[in-house]
Write a protein that binds this ligand. Sequence first.
Ligand code: RFL
Ligand code: PHB
Length: 390
Amino acid sequence: MKTQVGIIGGGPSGLLLSQLLHVRGIETVLLEKHTREYVLGRIRAGVLEHGFVDLMREANCAERMDIEGEIHDGFEIAHDGIRDRLDLKTLTGGDTVMVYGQTELTRDLYDARAGADGIVIHNAMNVQPHDLKSDAPYLTYELDGEAQRVDCEFIIGADGYHGVSRQSIPKDILKEYERVYPFGWLGVLSETKPVSPELIYAKHERGFALCSMRSQVLSRYYIQVPLSDKVEDWSDDMFWEELKRRLPDDVVANLVTGPSVEKSIAPVRSFVAEPMRYGNLFLAGDAAHIVPPTGARGLNSAASDIQYLYHAFVDHYLNNDDSGLDGYSAKALARVWKAQRFSWWMTTLLHTFPENSGYDNKLQATDLAYLFSSESAMKSMAENYVGLPY
Ligand code: RFL
Ligand code: PHB
């Protein structure tokens, strides 16, 4: 098989790029190691920045999102028994976020690729990129035990944190930056009405909590747990009891609990790999960077990589201009690091750090008090949360 752009990974990054390039007449072949059902079974992000929403529209993939997604004008931070609100729309002069689950967005992208007869190959095993420094890179993989090959002009590594792409960049060229936090997020999905119309981030001495949602009948809640905890340690009842302890009384009064339909622990970690280009291999999304979920930046940072790559390939194929491809790594990383900074800051602001001194805790409380006493500080938080310009 032969294509223009070979894509490794059928998560949101790979699918969105494949669909956007298709709209502009550029061919892709996408290789995904798992089944579609497996990919759609992973419950992950829920908040999309407005730039991502625009990109889904540009990909002709926003019909269901525009009907079922919820526009959120703000969110709340609960602390010390009270709730403060960040009015995103007013503070940014009109920008908002969209609440629409990664699962639904990925389903829409799969449907769009299938509707356009796009080549998406599931169960592609042992995918390997080759000859990345040449003008004729290629991919090999196995399907049903048979060896296969795709000749490409470019290869995109959109295969997530554990993928093969990043590992194919020589060790002396790739530099990795990492911070691991001493806690994770225990998440529960339940078929219950959300406790509040907007997201509530909660700072509490017992640990951070978050009340989020996927729709008016599907809620997503998280609590900070020690890294050593296992999902099996937490019954549904224990989860709800602990969540209640971390929320203000008026919120608890409205909380509807129910059986969990999904429960998992996500590690909280920061990671960046540089550069994001090696020869004709371009990394995108979680393959190159991970953030703690606190600022809702993970999926949104993936989308910004795709936005840059999309325009770079359009310029390469349709305008004979390689400046976008040549500048991709530096441009993407500049925005990635800003998302890292914001995610680190919001994580530090709201979590309980076991090793913190009394002094550290005073500073943390003051950071929060300053935030809600200063219009400039709230504006800064809001502009980061809705997404910095591409
Ligand atoms: P993905 O979604 O990991 O997709 C990569 C795909 O590549 C496939 N793959 C391979 N295919 C072929 N050959 C190989 N060798 C392969 N190796 C891997 C995988 O099967 C997979 O389908 O990366 P992508 O597309 O870059 O998308 C990134 C987002 O998924 C990620 O940033 C967010 O989900 C992060 N994240 C969150 N982000 C937010 O913005 N808000 C959130 O609330 C939020 N919650 C989360 C999250 C990530 C979580 N993880 C990683 C466990 C919650 C969790 C639990
Ligand atoms: C979610 O709904 O899963 C979610 C929302 C906001 C975050 C993290 C996760 O910051």
